[in-house]
Design a protein around this ligand. Structure first.
Ligand SMILES: [Zn+2]
Length: 296
């Protein structure tokens, strides 16, 4: 009787113990799983925060000088910003809009037209048409609206700037200083007034080109031109532009942005529409664009 009752007891206790053990085990597994899920969630949100940080620094570095060391973030930013500057394929029809000699008080109208078509251009600037402070404000506005600001010349006075290599470089530095004060960035791009093969620089040309290269500056001439400073206007200017751009798969188009060529603004929407219809994409000329150089 005693033996039987003990066996009976055991028959009841063993399944209960097993059941309790199972419950504890299940609870532990469930807790462990949840905890792991929570960690993943924390890690994910941490990752998101880091991404935002990278994006922030990218935006904030736009108008400021970054004396930042070669940190991982800086590298990520450099890689991200390098992508849109990658060069187009050899068969891809591309036109780079470039505007010389400005800015002036009429420049905002040009910026509005470019905005309308979401086109970014490179402005090779001078200090001919504006006083220092309004000029700096305008340069900043050009840069802030996504365009590139590069050196053409402070004075655009051929005789003065091409008198010697030193004269040219001090004119270059004075314009570059203004660009730096306005945008926080130095220009690494140049368009020689009159082109790199201008007759005015003949006497000093080899030394001049070498001095520019030694400074790490890339100079750009052009392979198409709207004819604006040669008296082309209206339909004639539009036709010349379309014809010349179409002669090149990669076209660096020279136009002017100054009071005497304000009519270029009127022609621009038609030029853009026609080039789009011809299959051209509009890219921003930058220091990594393969340059067109008349003199080397
Ligand atoms: Zn010029």
């Amino acid at each position: 009787m005693k033996k039987r009752s003990r066996r009976k007891k055991r028959n009841v206790v063993v399944p209960i113990v097993v059941l309790i053990f199972c419950c504890i085990f299940t609870a532990m597994v469930a807790y462990g799983w949840n905890a792991r899920k929570k960690n993943v969630k924390v890690a994910a949100s941490k990752g998101a925060a880091e991404t935002v940080e990278v994006n922030n620094s990218e935006t904030s570095s736009e108008g400021e000088t970054t004396a930042a060391p070669e940190s991982e973030t800086a590298q990520t930013v450099a890689e991200t910003t390098a992508t849109p500057e990658s060069n187009p394929g050899p068969d891809e029809k591309v036109v780079y809009f470039t505007f010389d000699d400005g800015p002036w008080t009429g420049t905002p109208r040009l910026l509005d037209i470019l905005d309308q078509y979401n086109i970014k251009a490179c402005f090779f600037v001078t200090a001919q048409y504006m006083e220092t402070e309004p000029l700096k404000n305008m340069l900043k506005q050009i840069k802030d609206r996504g365009h590139n600001v590069a050196v053409h010349s402070l004075t655009h006075n051929y005789k003065k700037i091409y008198a010697s290599v030193d004269a040219f470089m001090s004119d270059y530095d004075a314009m570059d200083d203004l660009i730096f004060q306005a945008t926080g960035e130095h220009s690494k791009m140049l368009r020689f007034p009159g082109g790199s093969n201008a007759s005015y620089n003949k006497a000093i040309r080899p030394q001049l080109l070498q001095a520019v290269r030694d400074r790490g500056i890339v100079y750009f001439d052009w392979n198409s031109f709207d004819g604006d400073v040669e008296g082309k206007k209206g339909q004639e200017l539009i036709d010349q532009t379309i014809k010349q751009v179409n002669e090149n798969t990669h076209s660096i188009l020279l136009m002017h942005d100054m009071p005497s060529t304000a009519f270029v603004h009127d022609a621009l929407p038609t030029i853009i529409e026609r080039l789009k219809a011809d299959g051209y994409k509009f890219e921003l000329l930058n220091e990594n664009t393969p340059p067109r150089q008349f003199a080397k």
